[in-house]
Design a protein around this ligand. Sequence first.
Ligand SMILES: Cc1cc2nc3c(=O)[nH]c(=O)nc-3n(C[C@H](O)[C@H](O)[C@H](O)COP(=O)(O)OP(=O)(O)OC[C@H]3O[C@@H](n4cnc5c(N)ncnc54)[C@H](O)[C@@H]3O)c2cc1C
Length: 462
Amino acid sequence: MKKIVIIGGGITGLSVAWKLSENGYDVTVIESDKSIGGLAKTIEIEKYFFDIGPHSFFSEDEEVFKRVMNLFESEPNEIPYAKRRVKMLFKGKYVDYPLSAKSILQMGFLSPILCSLSFAKSYIGTYASSLFIKKKENQNLTVKQWAIENFGKYLYLNFFKPYTEQFWKIKTSELSHRVIPSNKKMDFARTLKHLLIKKYLMISKREPGKLSLVERESLPSYYPKKGFGEIANRISRQIENNGGKIYTSLEVDEITLNSNNTFVIKAKDKNFLGNFAISTVPLNKVITIIKPLHEQEIIKSAKKLEYLSLVLLYLIIKKKNVLGCQYCYFLDRPYNRISEMNNFSNYLSPQDENILAVEISCHNESEIWKSSDKDIFSLCMQGIEKDNFLKKEDITNYKVIKIPNVYPIYKKDYEIHLKKTEEYFAKIKNFFSIGRQGQFHYGDIDQMIRIGFDTADKIIKQ
Ligand SMILES: Cc1cc2nc3c(=O)[nH]c(=O)nc-3n(C[C@H](O)[C@H](O)[C@H](O)COP(=O)(O)OP(=O)(O)OC[C@H]3O[C@@H](n4cnc5c(N)ncnc54)[C@H](O)[C@@H]3O)c2cc1C
């Protein structure tokens, strides 16, 4: 029987193992962390369930959607759905997010006028230039160029520039526009149309995969009662029921290619032999553990593909409904987003308590990454007290969790390095580097499950 070794027990690795184990393959998943789920896990500490930032599930991919829902077939109440409620604090006002024509109206008197004038100016400019120069498909614009073209200079200067630079800690002129979540365009004109026709929007009639971010974010999404990690937990139980093996707390530190196209995967003192090796490890890491190593050029390119890390501060409070939404984005604060976890599920903490998850994106080895829990708490509380929704005495306890390699950083030249790395891996027979970190692909859970299923299908066809 063919042996498949999967490195990484995040959603992508688990999805490959899920499909292959159903088809009778001998699968082994090796995960370095104490528990499976990767970024989609829920960490249970004492009486609390901590997610890695706010997660919820939705998919336009019918197969993926059905497979995930079927995990809860016998107890559908365990994964209720709710409308997403997201806000952004913009110049002292809470406005709807993602930015739509409605949120522009919520910004007060002057902002809508300035937004519209600046949008009209850039729209006319772009339209006029398109009469003379044919626009290339998939042009790699920087965030700056893309935001001005689609939203106008006012929103670029007042929202896209400060927020993007606060999040990525890199100038908007140095970042590819692909860092903006969802590659589907969410231009101002489309959101205006969406606002006007929203009531009549018939999702079922739309082509799958064609919803804009605003449309996607307006749909109800699903969240398991006991934390988002329940999806990964249920997938892992199915893998084990199908005879698959899952190891945790085991970091793979060497992948040796044998001359007969098999692999020896080494993790601590264990060796695993595989006919296929599937890696979901960050590209700049996996390139250093493949033996024998050949092309120095490729190693250099893969090392240029960097990832942003995430520091999470969880605040335990007694108050309920503090933010009035599920999560809120912030400008000019040390953190980018705060989620009120009770607004996802009431079962994540004891009934009389609530959890706020505060997210700070940062580079590896940056000052905040190295800061003590106490310093991170004090820094965040300064901003929180300023915005007046909580006081220090409201916090009964707090916890800090640091996660490396969370967001692939799309610098403006990243595609050159990614292409070189992909071409190199394509030459290694029976080896796949997939998923958010393994493909440098800033995508959602459903996209990762699709990638996992498609990889399994490729192996089955072989
Ligand atoms: C804050 C946040 C909010 C999000 N919200 C949503 C949302 O609402 N909806 C949605 O659909 N998606 C959301 N996402 C995206 C989603 O979480 C990811 O796309 C998905 O979890 C990525 O899965 P993955 O398996 O590809 O990668 P990962 O989850 O990163 O898994 C990779 C795994 O490999 C392991 N690993 C790495 N190196 C080794 C090694 N050497 N040996 C063994 N194991 C190793 C890691 O520990 C990890 O478990 C969000 C992401 C973040 C960060």
